[in-house]
Design a protein around this ligand. Structure first.
Ligand code: ADP
Ligand code: TRP
Length: 348
């Protein structure tokens, strides 16, 4: 069992990034020994290399224009955020793509396998390229091929991602199948996406119909990983709501996007469900609910913030974590990369 996922190192991490992506990785890392043991029983105990790989997709980030210093900062910020959120670099392999050239090498080999027609169907490209398709970079177009390389290099079996990445995972499977068939070799494992059921989509605190995002001009719309306790409290208290009290069940949240979002955040943070949260606060107004939510957020985020700020004071230590992860990743990727070159008759 090989778990692998990547995240683009973008600055200004917020609650949406944590609850929507990073927290799922931490869960998978922590549950890995038990899951692997279970899979191992059905697999004659061959679970020796069950492992989690988590990386910063900095090579993908070239599709967004960014200055040199900012990009360097973003990678260290995201690395620190992952460690502060519970990714343990001793148990999981944590690195950035640029430190492992095998990603770029395999992506080039897979460019011979991927078809233009397949890439033309990718909705993320269409969304990001917008109307000016001819003006979009080639990097943006072949982005999913690099993503396939990220996954196939490590024989990943389970890839935790958001719903929006499902199509890229299907493409990775198509590329793996075609490569295996074309070169008559069973080189790549077909990866399966792991999409959390209660897919936490955290919405803006100012507008329950817009997603919480780093690019929202209003800082009151999001909770940042670096927000102090009182800033978190203020933002929750200022969050948009409606005048109705909380309903008895989650059904009563229909048509109330802001209320639904706040209850959803509370449920996710407390490992509960919207129904349970509604049952607890039924009939109470937001004047009672917001302080409880603020408190829960403060208690959850404080230790992460403190660890993050501590890690961010030592660039060399962070770089050493990434170097160590990259060395492990390079070693894990080498047999597959070698087999791919060899299958194609490329001697290196
Ligand atoms: P942003 O929208 O702030 O630019 P990114 O697109 O860089 O965030 O997303 C980084 C990761 O965080 C992705 O895995 C994405 O699915 C997740 N993510 C971002 N915003 C949210 C949100 N509001 N709710 C849930 N997950 C989110
Ligand atoms: N494209 C993914 C995103 O935008 C990030 C990513 C890059 C990724 N390579 C990956 C995710 C490999 C899973 C596996 O969220």
């Amino acid at each position: 069992m090989r778990v692998l996922s990547g995240i683009q190192p973008t600055g200004n991490l917020h609650l949406g990034n944590y609850l929507g992506a990073i927290r799922n990785w931490v869960k998978m890392q922590d549950e890995m020994p038990a899951m692997a043991a279970q899979a191992g029983m059905a697999n004659n105990g061959k679970n020796a290399d069950s492992q989690c790989f988590f990386f910063l997709a900095d090579m993908h980030s070239i599709t967004v224009h960014e200055g040199r210093e900012q990009r360097i900062r973003n990678v260290r910020d995201m690395a620190a955020a992952l460690v502060a959120s519970g990714i343990d670099p001793d148990r999981s392999v944590l690195f950035n793509q640029a430190r492992v050239p095998a990603h770029a090498e395999l992506a080039w080999l897979l460019n011979g396998t991927a078809r233009i027609g397949w890439l033309n169907r990718m909705t993320q490209f269409k969304d990001k390229a917008g109307k000016d398709r001819e003006g979009a970079s080639v990097g943006l177009f072949v982005y999913p091929v690099l993503q396939a390389a990220d996954i196939l290099l490590y024989q990943a079996t389970h890839v935790p991602v958001g719903e929006d990445q499902k199509q890229h995972l299907e493409l990775s499977r198509d590329i793996a199948t075609k490569f295996n068939t074309d070169f008559g070799a069973d080189i790549f494992t077909l990866p399966a996406p792991i999409i959390p059921k209660e897919s936490a989509r955290i919405m803006s605190l100012r507008d329950g119909t817009a997603k919480m995002s780093k690019s929202d001009p209003s800082d009151l719309s999001r909770i940042n990983l670096t927000d102090e306790d009182d800033a978190i409290m203020t933002k929750v208290k200022k969050a948009k709501t409606d005048p109705e009290p909380l309903p008895e069940t989650a059904e009563g949240l229909a048509g109330r996007p802001e209320a639904n979002n706040l209850v959803g955040i509370y449920a996710t943070l407390s490992n509960s469900t919207p129904d349970t949260v509604c049952a607890e606060f039924a009939g109470k107004g937001f004047g009672a609910f917001k302080p409880a939510l603020g408190e829960l957020l403060v208690e959850t985020l404080r230790p992460m913030r403190q660890r993050f700020l501590e890690l961010r004071t030592d660039d060399a230590a962070l770089d050493a974590i990434l170097d160590k992860g990259a060395a492990k990743a390079t070693a894990a990727a080498e047999p597959t990369l070698r087999a791919a070159y060899d299958a194609m008759g490329l001697m290196r």
